[in-house]
Design a protein around this ligand. Structure first.
Ligand code: DQA
Length: 149
């Protein structure tokens, strides 16, 4: 079972970027902990990061073989109809995650265009949001598989 993990713009800068908000873990360190958990849960990961909206749309469109998507759309959360539509177009459950609690921050971050097409959202648990997101995605994917058999 393969799970796709997508990170949006500026998340490649984790570790040095606004560490008071996003913590000090780098994206590589987060990815390492996800790979460990994936091994425990018996799933395979495809982990990507892009600063470009169209590239993220392409990744979602090509995700057909994946059983679930974990996505931190970063700033595109609040602006991207294209990423929203791509998630709606593919038949893959998506778990939207955020490191920070977007509802505690500036007003423009309170709106997510992604949430209405996501299975659910995890926001505000720091780097742990990724771990919780992967656990949620695997659970959804495994339940869907059970339901299908
Ligand atoms: C973020 C929250 C977004 O508002 C912001 O633009 C990001 C990161 C988070 O993980 O907390 O880049 O998605």
């Amino acid at each position: 079972m393969k799970i796709l993990v997508i990170n949006g713009p500026n998340l490649n800068l984790l570790g040095t970027r606004e560490s008071d908000v996003y913590g000090t873990k780098t994206l590589d360190e987060i990815n390492e902990s996800l790979e460990k958990l994936a091994e425990e849960l018996g799933v395979e990961l495809d982990i990507r990061q892009s600063n470009h909206e169209g590239e993220i749309v392409d990744l979602i469109q090509k995700a057909k073989g994946c059983k679930a998507l974990v996505i931190n759309p970063a700033a595109y959360t609040h602006t991207s109809v294209a990423i929203r539509d791509a998630i709606a177009a593919v038949d893959i459950p998506a778990v939207e995650i955020h490191i920070s609690n977007i509802y505690k921050r500036e007003e423009f971050r309170h709106t997510s265009l992604i949430s209405p097409v996501a299975y659910g959202q995890i926001s505000g648990f720091g780097a742990e949001s990724y771990v919780l997101g992967l656990r949620a995605a695997v659970s959804i994917a495994k339940n869907a598989q059970k339901g299908a058999s």
